[in-house]
Design a protein around this ligand. Structure first.
Ligand SMILES: [Fe+2]
Length: 100
């Protein structure tokens, strides 16, 4: 985590996925999410059907459904949220601290 505003829930983080790791379910966010791929290859499997590669930018609008996702190789993403990450804690997190 690089920066977080606990009042608004906004944050900036570097996220690293090992090959084969990802987000297991289709979901949406409670704010706008911005991703910049620093390295690797990160796929939003169909129906989203988008692959981020080095220097790709992705804006995921608040409330839009996307995922699941899979890192095709080790991937590092700069991830920015302009508010809280999720409307409710997703079932793939066991800790509310990890889901914020
Ligand atoms: Fe997401």
């Amino acid at each position: 985590m690089l920066w977080r505003d606990d009042t608004s829930g906004a944050s900036i983080a570097l996220v690293r996925f090992q090959p084969g790791a990802g987000i297991p379910s289709r979901h949406s966010h409670a704010s706008n999410q911005f991703m910049f791929c620093l390295r690797g290859r990160y796929t939003y499997v169909p129906p989203t059907g988008l692959t981020l590669t080095e220097s790709s930018f992705y804006w995921n609008p608040k409330g839009s459904l996307h995922g699941p996702t899979r890192a095709d190789e080790e991937t590092v993403l700069l991830e920015i949220y302009d508010g809280p990450h999720y409307p409710t804690q997703p079932d793939w997190y066991s800790s509310s601290a990890d889901a914020r």
